[in-house]
Design a protein. Structure first.
Length: 570
């Protein structure tokens, strides 16, 4: 076991095989080549005889041990990124008392030990193992050298850095790596997209920075940085994405929006593309819309049994308005599509007006707004009413005109679904009134408001029981009676969840049902906080309360609920 790299250097000096200057030169070369130190010594001619190189571990007192009997601690693995581990030929296996223990197949791995010491500020210990065992464990805990890194390296090596690629045109749609003749930049962008889908990302962020070109995936609501192309390929990658999305590649001064339809990994996907000019180039965000993920039932969204029954009763009402609220990316569209799927029967006519139409549902008439030709939410909604629908979905209520028409539709016997951007359910009432809708109209037509957020689900592969900390229990407002029969769980971290402890997301809800008492308060123009207090007294579960139930059942963690619903305070 190696206490630090200085000990190894001293041991090598004692063998008389290398001078201080040779060791320094070899280390400088390793910074550039990232090769094994033993191989570098041979390449530089400092040690010509390969047998001498192979005998170095014995000369300095290092003997390889077997990894079969060594338990790998996931907390230690998380300390070091996969790219660093592969590059420096190591795997962290234990972290205790500010000492990080790693295994390596390179007996002279000074660079890894010194870099980790500087980056993490920890004491380092190393164990020598065989190359095959190291690779096997790295693949288990980090994935197979992050296939996207290997593929990325291969693609980048074939790119001519003197020219900018714009692809072959989009007549045939998006061609992903169909053959060797494909332009390398096309394969590179295809690789970025396919890896995002493979990792269950909801968004891809392509961001030019001052000295680097960054790519990040949003997975389960949080951003994760991934291997990115070099800075000099920035213009080519962004131009390729803009071409695929039907965006003007010559316009780099104004924000633009586009759309890509593509089939990757046996999935039909829609990508909503947004560009934003910045000081170092255009930033691109691609929202990945997986058609299969939107076509789910109400029971899969995250409703508690009692709440699901109430929601089903609400969406079967003959008329009225039902709103779903929450920030961008909180699953509002998925919930509304699940409701439409539930109602989608031959005896009902359903029409939607959306921006954009995220998923085409068989049996439903869907309208895409086109403001450039005058087809807006309000004008489209007026036309829809002449089609005699039973159920109407308005993608979002953005202004007074759209809100007024939606309210009138509800008054004249239609069931209207829509979304609003508010923090909680009662806030939707005051938002409509602030838009200029009369209080008595809101009270007469509003049936319910569903506020929602998404919390990460504990990975089923590595979940285990745990005891929450006193400060978590206090922050969650848990009482002793709540703890009886509780099943607190946490994810230990495993290859299935990329060592995060979470895999997938589920919604938490706050359902405000507008009964006679709440209607009276709306008539009297009570504040949203007063309405919320009364609704809680009448049995409404807040976002935090709903999340607490899911934490007690072991679906998610207390810290995750606090992170997502921290603004939900009475």
């Amino acid at each position: 076991m190696i206490d630090n790299s200085r000990l190894i250097k001293d041991s090598i000096r004692n063998t008389g095989l290398l001078t201080d200057d040779q060791i320094r030169q070899a280390l400088e070369f390793q910074l550039k080549s990232k090769d094994c130190f033993s191989h570098i010594l041979a390449k530089m001619g400092f040690i010509v005889n390969e047998d001498v190189v192979s005998s170095l571990p014995d000369q300095i007192g290092l003997v390889p041990v077997s990894l079969k009997d060594i338990k790998v601690d996931n907390k230690a693995v998380k300390k070091v990124s996969s790219s660093f581990a592969y590059q420096h030929r190591i795997l962290p296996i234990n972290f205790q008392d500010d000492v990080l223990t790693i295994v390596t197949d390179d007996p002279l791995n000074f660079l890894a030990l010194e870099n980790l010491n500087k980056i993490l500020g920890l004491k380092m210990k190393a164990i020598l193992v065989t190359e095959s065992e190291l690779k096997e464990k790295q693949n288990l805990y980090y994935g197979d050298k992050k296939e996207e890194e290997k593929a990325l390296d291969n693609v980048v090596q074939t790119i001519d850095t003197e020219k900018e690629y714009y692809g072959k045109g989009e007549e045939a749609g998006f061609a992903y790596a169909t053959g060797e003749e494909d332009a390398p930049i096309i394969r590179l962008v295809g690789l970025i997209l396919s890896e995002a889908v493979k990792n269950r990302a909801s968004d891809i962020h392509v961001e030019p920075l001052e000295k680097e070109f960054r790519v990040r995936y949003r997975i389960d609501g949080l951003l994760h940085e991934v291997p990115a192309p070099p800075k000099h390929l920035q213009g080519s990658v962004i131009s390729r994405i803009k071409l695929m999305a039907g965006i003007d590649i010559a316009e780099k001064r104004l924000p633009q929006d586009g759309r890509i339809r593509v089939r990757l990994l046996d999935k039909d996907l829609d990508l909503r593309v947004s560009t934003l000019p910045g000081i170092y180039g255009e930033s691109v965000v691609m929202r990945i819309l997986d058609k299969a993920s939107l076509l789910i039932g109400l029971e899969e969204i995250g409703f508690l049994t009692e709440d699901r029954k109430k929601f089903e009763e609400l969406i079967e009402l003959p008329n009225g308005t039902l709103l779903v609220t929450g920030p961008t990316g909180s699953g509002k569209t998925t919930t509304l599509y699940a409701a439409l799927n539930y109602l989608n029967k031959p005896n009902k006519k359903i029409i939607t007006i959306e921006d954009p139409v995220e998923y085409q549902i068989k049996g439903i008439n869907q309208v895409q707004i086109r403001p450039q030709i005058g087809l807006t939410f309000s004008s489209g909604l007026r036309a829809m009413l002449r089609q005699a629908p039973d159920v109407i979905l308005v993608g979002e209520i953005r202004d007074k005109e759209t809100a007024s028409i939606a309210i009138q539709a509800a008054l004249t016997g239609h069931l209207v679904f829509s979304t609003l951007h508010t923090n909680d359910a009662p806030g939707a009432v005051t938002r409509l009134i602030d838009m200029g809708i009369k209080g008595y109209l809101v009270a007469s037509t509003l049936q319910a408001v569903l506020a929602q957020r998404l919390v990460r689900r504990i990975c089923p592969n590595c979940k285990k029981p745990y005891t929450p900390k006193p400060e978590e229990i206090k922050a969650m407002g848990l009482k002793e009676k709540d703890l009886v029969g509780a099943e607190f769980m946490m994810g230990e971290g495993c290859p299935e969840c990329s060592n995060t402890g979470f895999r997938g997301r589920q919604a938490i809800f706050e359902m405000l049902i507008v009964n006679d008492t709440i209607r009276e308060m709306i008539f009297e123009k009570k504040s949203s906080s007063e309405i919320k207090n009364k609704a809680v007294q009448l049995g409404m579960k807040t976002l935090k309360e709903n999340g607490k139930i899911k934490a007690l059942k072991g679906v998610t963690t207390i810290s995750e609920v606090i992170r997502v619903a921290q603004m939900d305070e009475l």
